[in-house]
Design a protein around this ligand. Structure first.
Ligand SMILES: NC(=O)c1ccc[n+]([C@@H]2O[C@H](COP(=O)([O-])OP(=O)(O)OC[C@H]3O[C@@H](n4cnc5c(N)ncnc54)[C@H](OP(=O)(O)O)[C@@H]3O)[C@@H](O)[C@H]2O)c1
Length: 292
């Protein structure tokens, strides 16, 4: 595909989005970075910025005008910040409807959307459901599209560094489920390569498979600490999630997803090259032994 007119990048300020932006720029592709925060967008160094909120459809209209392709790494954050309340159904699904409409209106040649590996096994969770509704909408839209499906991005495991610093990690269940997390930089490469792919799915994982318990142990080891990881019965978490749902639906959905994902193997085809141990050690070093 020719990309002379450039790419609209939604979620450009996010962890994955920032890596995608760098890779696009490195290939000489013009990027229109889209996000909610003008100051954060301006710092990215994109060719062009457009302030738009997926939850305000009128701000999204016209964003895809004059570009060849759209990449969306946008979604409700996985951060544990209580102030951010908009949940996955609203942002990841409903929020993408006006963006897909705009891409159709402007006849873009390709739409790349980021969902997750193993979504079928996790379809009972709001997080996976919201992403998959967007996948279905894209599949039915008539747009040419590719869904990039990463296993857990390395940065998601930084919460383990914080817990390890506090002295203990409690896992739902026995922590025996296996996965191969992928560095965000490698996953970003998949998002960019997807622009030229004919396949509708690109499932990508990292080079090493770990149990979740092993990842928790690595969070301690990266800080030179003796691991203290315990498993707790899943049933213990249910009332906590129910209580959280009353206060912040997004955080409850993260907890629900965290519990579900810790019970199933999620192993994606090997694509990434960077190693989780090195990532955790570097993150721990940068913050003087704790998380960043
Ligand atoms: N983290 C993982 O392990 C993982 C694994 C598989 C798939 N994914 C999916 O991959 C995507 C990117 O993940 P990530 O880890 O890079 O997430 P992230 O760092 O939380 O970035 C999310 C991006 O979405 C933007 N956003 C949120 N709400 C928005 C709204 N209402 N309107 C416009 N933009 C909005 C954020 O902008 P602001 O800067 O304004 O908040 C940010 O740029 C997400 O869909 C995520 O669910 C993540």
């Amino acid at each position: 595909m020719r990309l002379e007119r450039g790419v609209l990048l939604a979620g450009a300020t996010g962890v994955l989005g920032r890596h995608v932006l760098k890779l696009l720029c490195a290939r000489g592709i013009r990027v229109r970075a889209m996000g909610r925060n003008a100051a954060a967008l301006a710092r990215l160094g994109a060719h062009e910025c457009v302030v738009a909120d997926l939850l305000e459809a009128e701000t999204v209209r016209g964003c895809a005008g004059g570009v060849d392709a759209v990449i969306s790494c946008a979604g409700a954050p996985l951060s544990l910040d209580w102030r951010d309340r908009a949940g996955f159904y609203k942002v990841d699904y409903l929020g993408h409807l006006p963006l897909i409409e705009d891409a159709l209106r402007h006849r873009v040649s390709k739409f790349v959307y980021v969902s997750l590996a193993g979504a079928m096994a996790l379809r009972q969770t709001e997080y996976a459901q919201a992403h998959e509704r967007t996948v279905t909408t894209l599949a039915e839209s008539g747009l040419k599209y590719t869904i990039v499906r990463p296993a857990g991005l390395f940065h998601s495991f930084r919460e383990f560094l914080r817990m390890a610093r506090m002295g203990q990690i409690v896992l739902p269940g026995n922590g025996g489920a296996r996965t191969n997390p992928i560095d965000e930089c490698d996953a970003a490469r998949a998002c960019v390569e997807a622009l030229w792919q004919d396949e509708t799915q690109l499932i990508v994982g990292g080079p090493e498979v770990f149990t979740r318990r092993r990842i928790a142990e690595m969070a301690f080891e990266s800080q030179g600490k003796r691991p203290r990881v315990i498993g707790a019965p899943r049933a213990l978490f249910a009332p906590v999630v129910a209580g959280m749902r009353l206060l912040n639906r997004r955080l409850a959905a993260i907890a629900e997803f965290g519990i579900a994902v810790s019970q199933v193997d999620c192993i994606a085809p090997k694509y990434g090259e960077r190693r989780l141990g090195e990532y955790l050690r570097a993150a721990a070093r940068r913050s003087g032994g704790g998380e960043e």
